[in-house]
Write a protein that binds this ligand. Structure first.
Ligand code: SAM
Ligand code: SF4
Length: 321
């Protein structure tokens, strides 16, 4: 079992397999970054897998693959298979913009993927273009439908933005509900890479919109997740992720690994340690040491809500959100 310096059990690893993306979402990557990480600096799947094995052997039992856009990485299904074959019972999930799932969902499911979170901020073509910089809606919807058809459990991630998609939260909610997918509204997190004029809706504003049509009760956080869950009278559950709070930090169970091999103990803080040298040399002892050191130094809580805290300069497309 892995325990951090504050006594929290850490069993959840999020792995970003690339920082590249085929979208340019206004809240994440409105411009192509000034410089991409050179391809040769990315860890290979074998190197990432070496670290994942160390983490699983030490007690990680929940893994989420993310990015950038993870489906851009060639032969992602083979990587999923490496992980799912390693040990039974690992909760393996993927977060994606869904654009390539029409073609790719089946191979991912066959490789052992069970759960998938797909980002969907609008059901309008022009708004999708405005948010992502590309005509994406038809393919994203196709990706959602295909994922469901091949038996993946789908959640929808939506970032409510003032004046952009806040007028269609009910439609998005009802779309997800009709498909039997949980929708999770994620409060926009300010960051220095986002388009500067963006304003997000807070949890209360989101709940007021849903509450104008549906009655629901709060049922608490989903395990150690920052998602606050709500249940309608008919049993449908939806979530709101409010990263500006830090009451969920006391149960935080996660660490993040970037595609370059930086192990990040907390999304908010800049601190990170590299596992690159260790995995390049196949040095399991060193990789374990880095993992334990990162856990020992994991901060107690984030500072999104501090008045003096600055806008995060960490790119979500690097950390995987
Ligand atoms: N490309 C994939 C996708 O869009 O789902 C995976 C990576 S993306 C960084 C992971 C999640 O972070 C997405 O659901 C996205 O909506 C969310 N995200 C990105 N930037 C955000 C921001 N500034 N505030 C809130 N959520 C953000
Ligand atoms: Fe790409 Fe996902 Fe960031 Fe959008 S949120 S730019 S799809 S990484």
């Amino acid at each position: 079992m892995l325990v951090d310096g504050h006594g929290r059990e850490v069993n959840y690893l999020r792995v970003s397999v690339t920082e590249r993306c085929n979208f340019r979402c206004q809240y994440c990557m409105p411009e192509k970054p000034f410089s991409w990480v050179p391809k040769e600096n990315l860890l290979s799947f074998e190197e990432l897998f070496l670290f994942i094995k160390v983490a699983i052997d030490e007690g990680v039992n929940k893994i989420r693959i993310t990015g950038g856009e993870p489906t851009l990485r060639h032969e992602l299904d083979k990587f999923i298979k490496m992980i799912s074959n390693y040990k039974d019972g690992i909760d393996l999930a993927l977060t994606t913009n869904g654009y390539l799932l029409g073609e790719g969902a089946e191979a991912l499911q066959k490789a052992g993927l069970k759960r998938i979170n797909i980002s969907l901020d609008t059901l309008k073509k022009d708004v999708a273009f405005k948010i992502t910089g590309k005509d994406v809606l038809v393919k994203v919807i196709e990706g959602i439908e295909k994922s469901l058809a091949v038996g993946l459990k789908v959640k929808i991630n939506t970032v409510p933005l003032r004046g952009i998609n806040d007028g269609e939260l009910i439609e998005l909610f009802e779309y997800a509900k009709a498909k039997g997918c949980q929708i999770r509204f994620i409060e926009y997190m300010e960051n220095s890479f986002a388009q500067s004029s963006l304003k997000g809706l807070n949890e209360k504003e989101i709940l007021d919109i849903i509450g104008a049509k549906y009655s629901f009760e709060k049922i608490g956080r989903e395990g150690a997740s920052p998602a606050q869950q709500y249940r309608l009278d008919d049993g449908y559950i939806f979530g709101v992720i409010d990263p500006h709070k830090h009451d969920f930090c006391e149960n935080c169970n996660r660490i993040r690994l970037t595609a370059e091999g930086m192990l990040i103990p907390c999304l908010y803080f800049e601190e990170a340690m590299s596992i690159k040298e260790a995995v390049e040399n196949g040095d399991i002892e060193k990789a374990t040491k880095v993992l334990k050191k990162v856990l020992k130094d994991k901060p107690k809580e984030n500072r999104w809500n501090d008045e003096n805290s600055e806008t995060s300069s960490r790119a979500f497309y690097e950390t995987g959100g």
